[in-house]
Design a protein around this ligand. Structure first.
Ligand code: AP5
Ligand code: MG
Length: 225
């Protein structure tokens, strides 16, 4: 085991498989999976003020403003379960967010261990998002690549699956545009800091997990569970 904690960032276009991979790695390494998208969706469902604000942007395929997003992450990473590290899925997504995160971590005496960029071509992204089904417990399925045992029902908790509102084709296109406008530049930012690791996101999910685990093992991070 390398050090006491592991802080990973998962970068990648919408639908590249960040949530799928973060879920598996979080379980195997025993560290929390923090998805800003999931936090926004939970707030939208609960009808909070944050949820109402986030929905204005999410429904249009746009990023939620940095001043709203940064504060949420700061309070989440200060929670007790983050002591041994965490996986950030979908944050940071702008250069400003990346710089703010460094300030937060610096205050905590911590730093990022690696930024995994899950690389998938745009055509596959659109196909993945149009076939995606979600469960409220956090599990993600796909009509072709990850089918539930019983159609429309979650394997883990038995609840009914649903499609995300922002997976409509026109919103997916806007999310991709927003990704190239605002998020893609941070690939170079992290590359310049020597933290970027490219992960081929095109094989089936289990294979992508193997690639990530291979990198983590070679870097000296042992599984905790
Ligand atoms: P968020 O929820 O983060 O959405 P996203 O980045 O668009 O990414 P997705 O969750 O759609 O895809 P994913 O990469 O997790 O892929 P998944 O594993 O599900 O954010 C939603 C919105 O919230 C944003 O648009 C923005 O408005 C706002 N937001 C969030 N964070 C923000 C931030 N930091 N700043 C500002 N705004 C923010 O996989 C996709 C599908 O493919 C699934 O069906 C899966 O089963 C399947 N699949 C996965 N891997 C494979 C594989 N290897 N082969 C075949 N199929 C696969
Ligand atoms: Mg996701």
């Amino acid at each position: 085991m390398k050090g006491e904690s592991m802080i990973l960032i998962l970068l990648g276009a919408p639908g590249s498989g960040k949530g799928t991979q973060a879920g598996v790695i979080s379980e195997r390494y025993g560290i929390p999976h923090i998805s800003t998208g999931d936090i926004f969706r939970k707030n939208i469902k609960e009808g909070t003020q944050l949820g109402r604000k986030a929905k204005e942007y999410i429904d249009k395929g746009l990023l939620v403003p940095d001043e709203v997003t940064n504060g949420i992450v700061e309070s989440r990473i200060l929670e007790n379960d983050c002591g041994e590290g965490f996986i950030l899925d979908g944050y940071p997504r702008t250069t400003d967010q990346a710089q703010v995160l460094e300030t937060y971590l610096g205050k905590m005496g911590k730093s990022i261990d690696a930024v995994l960029n899950i690389d998938v071509p745009d055509e596959q992204v659109v196909e993945r998002l149009s076939g995606r089904f979600m469960c409220r417990c956090g599990e993600t399925y796909h009509t072709a690549y990850k089918k539930p045992e019983v159609e429309g029902i979650c394997n883990k908790c038995g609840k009914e699956l649903y499609q995300r509102d922002d997976d409509k084709p026109e919103t997916v296109i806007e999310r991709l545009r927003e990704y190239y406008r605002k998020t893609a530049p941070i690939i170079d930012y992290y590359n310049g800091k020597g933290l970027l690791v490219r992960i081929d996101g095109t094989p089936m999910p289990d294979k992508v997990t193997e690639l990530i685990e291979k990198f983590l093992e070679e870097s000296g991070y042992g599984t905790r569970r």
